[in-house]
Design a protein around this ligand. Structure first.
Ligand code: ZN
Length: 605
């Protein structure tokens, strides 16, 4: 019955809009005692009621963690990423029980600092992990001056002074929050711009509350206010045609920020409610050139859309891997139309249903400038300042990970992204097909891929032709999947000779050895591996690890923030060699770049 509204908006807005009859979501009528459950044995449907004939609200992969709130016959009432419903008991394995107290945000909004989560309520205890302020937790207990908190299936303790309680629920935004988390305090300040214009009106029983910004610009302000007035017209007509006599509410609110002196990002988001039921959520984004007074097109902002969308795909696939399995973005044109440059990076806004199920509402995914700046047309202001810049007069260290890719690689990538670091992943070709998604993430986050041969061969025992094929088949496979050009060989067993060096020279590849061998493959001990990394750290150092052991991933996740806090820039091998006085010479073996060989002028990579 809401067809006319649907059509009107589709014509009006270009962006995908959807009528939303929201299922009952968010916090369920809460029993205070909850349990963590794990889905076993395949995909499991989340239903609106405790019945196999009830509407399916979502579908979740085996291994997904859910919060069990109560039971009803052979069903559990559960909450998954903020959405509640019912799942069949027999497919859920129950885990730890806890008491839900509330939700909290670590630190405060306006400072950037590192907060530790401990395994006991004692600052002398073991640090389970570190987070930046803004990280979100469920509060499940209090012990003196400490809160017991939960994040996913992990429990820990935070000093009460480090956590602010809030009314918001974060089960879903755990994932979304991490996608825009920035490690650079300079990027965190959003300057609000413009003055607020308000429209309050009623048409019969339709109440309208609209706020939008005026930037004191002719063309850009006209674009925004035309959109507002069109929205007003479309919804008024729809109300009169289909909902006349019912109580209804249309609200539009906005954010307006200026990432730099030349650019403003305006996001308008609205809600339409009839008879107390939400009918529609919608959003519209504008990028505005405040100097030229123009509304910018995606092509004005992005020089390499394929590359940006590839990064977005990698990021979104990761979010979905953690929530409900695989996902693929489609509709590139509309995706690009929904992006703005804001203070944190390239922000993509998704209408309800476009990225996540309808119930989740409007979603935002941000690609930090650190990763995306090279593919943007505008290189001024904040974009230029936040480009990845390496200062060779400050310590640089190259972490390298051999024998992957593997599932463990993902945790290392997360830590690198959070802390603005990069590393070199020396992959074995025969593993790539099984972990092609991980390979894409490595490249998508701007890390380096090196060849570790097709099947881990000792190259010195092969003919030149066979050695060349062992190396180049990896390069070809990586290029085919990601478009990335491999420029470094990490020979298995560190085994090389004149023949191998000549082959590498022909393939235009440098050979990376290492300064520090963590022997992680031997000890399989995260504390020892962590200690080896930290003890061996020094400028120009190359560290050898293997990203196929959970103990190594544990060590790396712990070492990465420590190294950053000690002032190290985490660089790739090629980045490190680009500051060698001779650059990276193909066929040459590098164990480290000694401080006396580091130059401030970067050589071509
Ligand atoms: Zn190896």
């Amino acid at each position: 019955m809401r067809n006319s509204l649907c059509k009107g908006i589709a014509v009006l807005l270009l962006t995908a809009f959807l009528i939303v009859f929201l299922p009952v979501c968010g916090e369920a009528a809460a029993a205070d005692t909850r349990k963590i459950g794990t889905i076993t044995g395949g995909k499991l449907n989340l239903r609106a009621r405790a019945s196999s004939s009830a509407d399916i609200v979502g579908s979740y992969a085996s291994g997904t963690k859910v919060t069990v709130l109560g039971s009803s016959g052979s069903w559990y009432q559960v909450s998954v990423n903020g959405c509640s419903g019912y799942m069949m008991q027999k497919y859920i394995t129950l885990g730890e029980e806890f008491t839900h107290i509330g939700w909290g945000i670590a630190g405060t909004e306006d400072e950037l600092r590192v907060i530790s989560v401990y395994d006991t309520p004692d600052s002398g205890g073991k640090i389970l992990r570190k987070c930046l302020n803004g990280a979100r937790f469920e509060i499940v207990g209090r012990s003196g001056d400490w809160y017991r908190v939960r994040s996913g299936s992990e429990f820990g303790y935070l000093p009460a002074a480090d956590l602010t309680m809030t009314d918001q629920s974060f089960e879903l935004t755990d994932y979304m929050g991490s996608t825009s988390l920035s490690a650079d305090p300079q990027q965190s300040s959003v300057k609000e711009v413009g003055s607020q214009r308000k429209i309050s009106a009623s048409v019969e029983q339709l109440k309208v509350e609209i706020s939008y910004p005026i930037l004191m610009l002719g063309v850009a302000d006209a674009a925004v206010s035309t959109w507002i007035h069109d929205i007003l017209r479309v919804f008024t007509e729809d109300y009169k045609a289909f909902a006349s006599g019912e109580d209804a509410l249309l609200t539009v609110d906005y954010t307006a920020s200026a990432p730099d002196d030349t650019l403003a990002a305006v996001l308008l988001f609205g809600t339409y409610t009839v008879g107390g039921s939400k009918m529609l959520d919608f959003c519209q984004a504008y990028s505005i050139d405040t100097v030229r007074d123009a509304v910018l097109n995606p092509t004005d902002l992005i020089s390499d859309p394929e590359r940006i969308l590839f990064q977005l795909q990698c990021k979104v696939s990761r979010i979905f891997a953690e929530t409900s399995g695989g996902y693929s973005l489609s509709g590139h044109d509309s995706l690009l139309r929904s992006c703005v440059l804001d203070a944190d990076g390239v922000a993509f806004w998704f209408s309800p249903g476009q990225l996540l199920p309808l119930a989740y509402g409007i979603q935002k995914v941000t690609l930090p400038y650190l990763q995306s700046a090279d593919y943007l047309s505008r290189q001024d202001g904040i974009v230029a300042r936040s480009r990845r810049s390496i200062d060779p007069t400050k310590p640089m260290i190259a972490l390298t990970f051999d024998d992957g890719p593997s599932e463990e690689t993902l945790r290392i990538l997360d830590a690198l992204e959070t802390w603005g670091g990069r590393a070199t992943f020396c992959v074995v070709g025969s593993r790539i097909d099984a972990y092609s998604n991980v390979l894409r993430d490595i490249v998508g986050q701007e890390n380096e891929i090196a060849s570790h041969t097709w099947n881990h061969k000792k190259l010195t025992e092969l003919s030149a032709a066979k050695a060349k094929s062992q190396i180049s088949t990896v390069n070809d496979k990586v290029a085919e999947l990601t478009g990335y050009t491999v420029r470094v060989l990490r020979p298995p067993y560190g085994s090389t000779n004149a023949r191998v060096r000549k082959v590498c020279a022909e393939l235009n590849m440098a050979i990376a050895f290492w300064t520090v061998d963590t022997e992680d493959w031997l000890t399989r001990d995260s504390a020892k591996t962590y200690a080896r990394i930290m003890d061996g750290a020094g400028t120009g150092v190359i560290v050898l690890c293997h990203d196929i052991y959970d103990t190594t991933a544990d060590a790396a996740v712990r070492a990465i923030p420590e190294l950053v806090q000690q002032g190290y820039q985490l660089v790739t091998v090629s980045e490190l060699l680009s500051f060698h006085k001779d650059g990276a010479v193909p066929g040459t073996v590098y164990q480290r770049v000694a401080p006396e060989n580091i130059v401030t002028e970067r050589k071509a990579e």
